[in-house]
Design a protein around this ligand. Structure first.
Ligand code: SAM
Length: 276
C-alpha cells in the first residue's frame, strides 16, 4: 500500500510529520477519524488531524491517567467513570485493578468505539462484563440524576483537546457536576496538554477545577506523540492529598515510587498554574 505523509499542527508554526499507510478514514458526524500504520509508532488513531493514541507509546498516557488516581484513593477503587476514552486505552488499564467492580464509559462518538473495537489494540477490554458503555455527551451525563445517584470513586476525563464536541469538557460547570458524581473521598483527573505548546490549557484547567474542588494538584508524564512533558490535573473532593500511593502497583510506566516523583514539576509550570 502506498505511504503518505500525515502532518499534525502542534502550534501555528510547528508540525510533526509521520510517514504512514492509511488503514481507514471516515467522517463520523462528530469528527474526522483516521486509522494509520507507522513504522515506529505502530497503529495510530487520529481525530480531526490530532493523534489520539499510538500502539508504541499509549501506555505512558493511559497508565498515568488511570493508575495514579486509582492508587491515590485511600481505599481500593470500586467504581470508575471515564468521560471520552472511546479508544479503550483507559478502560483497559482500569480493568487491571481487581478491586474495580464497575467501569462506566461515556463517549459521544459511537463510531470511535466501533472502529477501536475492530482495529485497535484494546479490543478485549470491551468484552469485560464490568463495563457499562454509554454513547452520549459526557457533560450532559454528569449533569444528570443517573450519574449523580450512582456515585463513583474515580472520574477520568480522557478528552481530546478543547475543540468541537470536547469544548464542554473544559468548562467550569462540568467539574462541578463531576464533584456531585463522586463519593465523598473521590478523585478526578483530566489531561491538560503539553505546556510547552499549550500552557493556557493547563492554566485554565487548574482554575476551573479549583472552583469545585478543595484540593487540586498537577503531575506529569512524558508522552512523545503529544509533544513531550504532559500535564495532568488531579483533584480530591474531600481535600485529601493525592501525591502518595496507597498500595503497590507496577505497570510499564507507572510504579509506586514514580507516583510521588510525578508531582515534582518543571519550574515554569508553577508560574503557569499558580500552584505552590
Ligand atoms: N488520549 C486522547 C488525547 O488526548 O489525545 C483522548 C482520546 S479519546 C479517543 C477522546 C474521546 O473523547 C473521543 O473518542 C471523542 O469521541 C470523545 N469526546 C469528545 N467530546 C466528548 C463529549 N462531549 N462527551 C463524551 N466524549 C467526548
Amino acid at each position: 500500500m502506498e505511504k503518505k505523509w500525515f502532518y499534525e499542527k502542534m502550534s501555528p508554526e510547528t508540525v510533526y510529520g509521520y510517514h504512514v499507510t492509511s488503514v481507514h478514514e471516515e467522517n463520523t458526524g462528530f469528527q474526522e477519524l483516521q486509522i494509520v500504520d507507522h513504522g515506529h509508532f505502530g497503529r495510530m488513531m487520529i481525530l480531526d488531524n490530532v493523534v489520539q493514541t499510538t500502539e508504541k507509546d499509549e501506555f505512558v498516557y493511559h497508565e498515568m491517567m488511570t493508575h495514579l488516581p486509582i492508587m491515590a484513593l485511600a481505599r481500593p477503587a470500586e467504581s470508575i467513570l471515564i468521560i471520552g476514552g472511546g479508544d479503550g486505552g483507559i478502560l483497559q488499564e482500569c480493568l487491571r485493578h481487581d478491586s474495580v467492580k464497575r467501569v462506566t464509559m461515556v463517549d459521544i462518538d459511537g463510531r470511535v468505539i466501533e472502529v477501536s473495537k475492530e482495529m485497535l489494540f484494546f479490543k478485549d477490554a470491551f468484552k469485560d462484563p464490568r463495563l457499562e458503555l454509554i454513547v452520549g455527551d459526557g457533560a450532559a451525563y454528569v449533569a444528570g440524576e443517573e450519574a449523580q445517584n450512582k456515585k463513583f470513586d474515580v472520574v477520568i476525563v480522557d478528552s481530546p483537546d478543547p475543540v468541537g464536541p470536547a469544548m464542554v469538557l473544559f468548562e467550569a460547570p462540568f467539574y462541578k457536576n463531576i464533584s456531585k458524581c463522586l463519593n465523598e473521598d473521590g478523585i478526578m483527573v483530566r489531561q491538560a496538554g503539553v505546556p510547552v505548546f499549550q500552557a493556557p490549557e493547563l492554566k485554565e484547567a487548574v482554575e476551573h477545577v479549583q472552583l469545585s474542588f478543595p484540593h487540586v494538584a498537577v503531575y506529569r508524564g512524558v508522552v512523545p506523540v503529544y509533544g513531550g512533558d504532559m500535564a495532568f490535573v488531579i483533584a480530591s473532593k474531600n481535600g485529601a492529598p493525592v501525591d502518595q500511593p496507597n498500595g503497590q502497583f507496577t505497570g510499564k510506566y507507572y510504579h509506586t515510587r514514580f507516583h510521588s516523583a510525578a508531582f515534582v514539576l518543571p519550574a515554569f509550570w508553577y508560574d503557569v498554574t499558580g500552584l505552590p
